[in-house]
Design a protein around this ligand. Structure first.
Ligand code: C5P
Length: 248
């Protein structure tokens, strides 16, 4: 474990290449009790300086830096060392990068955190992208069904010292059964009752996903496109807390 602070129940995904819009939204959400997720779209446009600017506007909210690194171990380690000064609570890599890459990522996170005097980020694995179906898995030489591959890669990630995985709501049960209660499960594809599904095909409500065993939820458009993003985020944070198991 990283010894870092507990993860928030909800990360708001700010998916935009617009720096000013991202800063405005982060400032709006600073009192919502959620973390902020920034991903490849934003990072490719604005880099670490942009991330720092958004997180300054968010006044200390936890950051999930969703860059899904996948390269040789030495390069992934270097990428992790480069982002640790941004103080992410979570960084992630593709489990398909292999055991040596995952171990290098965790080691680099620990070293860089010690060097910079910051908490070590949780290092999570992406198992199988939810955009891939069984035919896609076969096409890249992996063995379907996707759910077996997800559980296998989650167990491999855990054995390599990773702190958890990003997974869909329907994968929570099988991964919890295989990897136990301490493994962090960060879950996108969340929709409060009555909100638009968008392009998400299989969705779960915040309360149901937390009750199923999610550690943290990732919620994008139900917050970012709401007329009142702060009110929407607060409602989702409250619903997630209602579904979460009481603290032990
Ligand atoms: O707007 P929405 O709530 O669908 O956004 C979900 C966020 O989670 C986006 O940033 C998306 O890239 C991310 N994500 C996802 N499904 C995955 C992994 C990540 O929707 N399997």
């Amino acid at each position: 474990m990283s010894g870092a602070a507990a993860l928030p129940n909800v990360f708001a995904a700010i998916d935009t290449p617009d720096l000013e819009a991202a800063k405005r939204l982060a400032a709006t959400l600073q009192d919502a009790g959620c973390g902020i997720k920034l991903g490849l779209e934003f990072f490719s446009a604005h880099g670490g300086a942009g991330v720092a600017a958004v997180m300054a506007a968010a006044s200390g909210a936890p950051l999930f830096l969703d860059l899904k690194f996948h390269d040789i171990p030495n390069t992934v380690a270097g990428a992790i060392r480069a982002v640790v000064p941004l103080r992410p609570a979570i960084v992630n890599v593709h489990a398909a990068g292999g055991p040596a890459m995952m171990r290098a990522a965790v080691a680099a996170a620990s070293e860089a955190a010690a060097t910079h005097g910051v908490a070590r980020p949780r290092v999570l694995a992406v198992t199988v992208l939810t955009s891939m179906d069984d035919a896609d898995l076969s096409a890249v030489g992996q063995t379907p069904p996707a759910e077996s591959q997800v559980v296998r890669l989650a167990q491999l990630s855990q054995s390599c010292g990773m702190d958890g995985v990003v997974c869909s709501a329907r994968e929570i049960g099988p991964i919890r059964a295989a990897c136990g209660g301490e493994f962090a499960l960060v879950v996108p594809g969340i929709r409060p009752a009555g909100s638009a599904q968008g392009d998400q095909k299989r969705v779960m409500t915040p309360a149901d996903a937390m009750a199923a065993g999610a550690t943290s939820l990732v919620v994008g458009r139900p917050i970012t496109t709401a007329d009142d993003p702060l009110a929407a985020a607060r409602a989702i944070v409250a619903e997630a807390a209602a579904g979460a198991a009481p603290p032990k």
